[in-house]
Design a protein around this ligand. Sequence first.
Ligand code: GLN
Length: 546
Amino acid sequence: MARFIFITGGVVSSLGKGLASAALGSLLQARGYSVRLRKLDPYLNVDPGTMSPFEHGEVFVTDDGAETDLDLGHYERFTGVSARKTDSVSSGRIYSTVLEKERRGDYLGKTIQVIPHVTNEIKDFISIGEDEVDFMLCEIGGTVGDIEGLPFFEAIRQFAQDKPRGQCIFMHLTLLPYITASGELKTKPTQHSVKELRSIGIAPDILVCRSEHPIPDKEREKLALFCNVRPDAVIAAPDLKSIYEAPLAYHREGMDRAVLDAFGLEQKAPDLAKWEDVADRIFNPEGEVNVAIVGKYVQLEDAYKSIAEALTHGGIHNRVKVNAEWIDSEIFEREDPTPYLEKFDAILVPGGFGERGTEGKIKAVKYAREHNIPYLGICLGMQMAVIEAARNQAGIADAGSEEFDHEAGQRRFTPVVYHLKEWLEGNRTIQREVSDDKGGTMRLGAYNADLTAGSKVAGIYGESAISERHRHRYEVDLDYKSKLEDKGLIFSGMSPDGRLPEIVERPDHPWFIGVQFHPELKSKPFAPHPLFASFIGAAVDQSRLV
Ligand code: GLN
């Protein structure tokens, strides 16, 4: 049966709890244990699928088709363990399950209350698959003291109480602010945060303290004394130059040792070779490349978190530093893209929803095609490449996507990209209408694609059949295949039933690929995704030309 590590946060949000959890997961793996990571989010949305990327950052999609929190992306990138639907839950999901049960009469007429009905639902969620791994790491979103978070804190308190002694530990992440005038790290906010945690019955076993400076012994002892933890269970989490340094840095600070100590487990020597290699490649690059990401949600980098990380992984593979610059595509609707794009070695158009900014993205595609700049189009970025070719090469001047017509409520475009109403999931036919709910109704999760023998993508993957994660409602219309192929845009990847175009590429261009799926979601620093490795390789070649 798994041992449980509950990770909570205090003092302020955005301390990197997800990253600390993910890095701890990788350290336990390095010690020879199997792990699974879970995120429990107190917000009331049923899942993050309908949340704006500006609000919540990227929506991370799992193989089994769940739209989850972006922290699950960190978990996968650090541990390589594919996340599942059952690794992410929100208050909204918990409450909606409880209310469904109540309507069905499952509670046999009882009064439904937060304790025990909501907390029981949370505890059931935490224990799903507990026999499968050595360690289950559960991160609670938000900070201790948030009203919405209370049922989760109560549930993990009960959970630890329900289990035999020594099977659950609590790790609390806080901030030690530095007062420049007095040159001191302050422990009081952490003391208050732990006090809050203890007032709801949770005594942390380990404190992880974010700080810009090393923690002097005096402060460490003070924290230990006032927060009732052992001095060697006060772990410093220093600021890092790269997130991929975290496993090595946290190991140096003793995080994995403290965790094993708290469980009374022996200290097997860790194998950190994989992370040493990643760090070496990041900190000793042999060159650099500049990549433009032309998109809509450029103000918040978290909106494209996995793309930014996958580009870094491509850099790790090629031993180069990747300078990614985010450009708002709407600029190109007013101005010539040349002065903006000419300094880049590669151009990426990421996924997106809605019409705003798409005309600018089409201009970026045209620029990449005409100037032989490596181009990677992801999801909407592939659809943009198809529309660009239809308009500017195949003579369909009003080519567009049904998505934009639906949004505008009128027909303005010839739909070379249409609303997908039916597709196969294994042997099952899935059907959708335009009027369906927006939550969880897209073509979501892992689907297979067959690659054309001899195509560029088949060479890049080194395989003829692939599985990648999807998140889209619209699809390139196969009726335009021959017209577009005549102009050099080849359909080199198709769904196994041959009905849905999955990949387009240009054999007459140094590197031009559009994919209907999201390869960025499966890239890892120690196993860069082949498309990103190849794309950055092409950017390196391009940088040598100029
Ligand atoms: N909006 C497009 C669609 O639904 C693209 C989605 C995406 O880029 N993830 O098909």
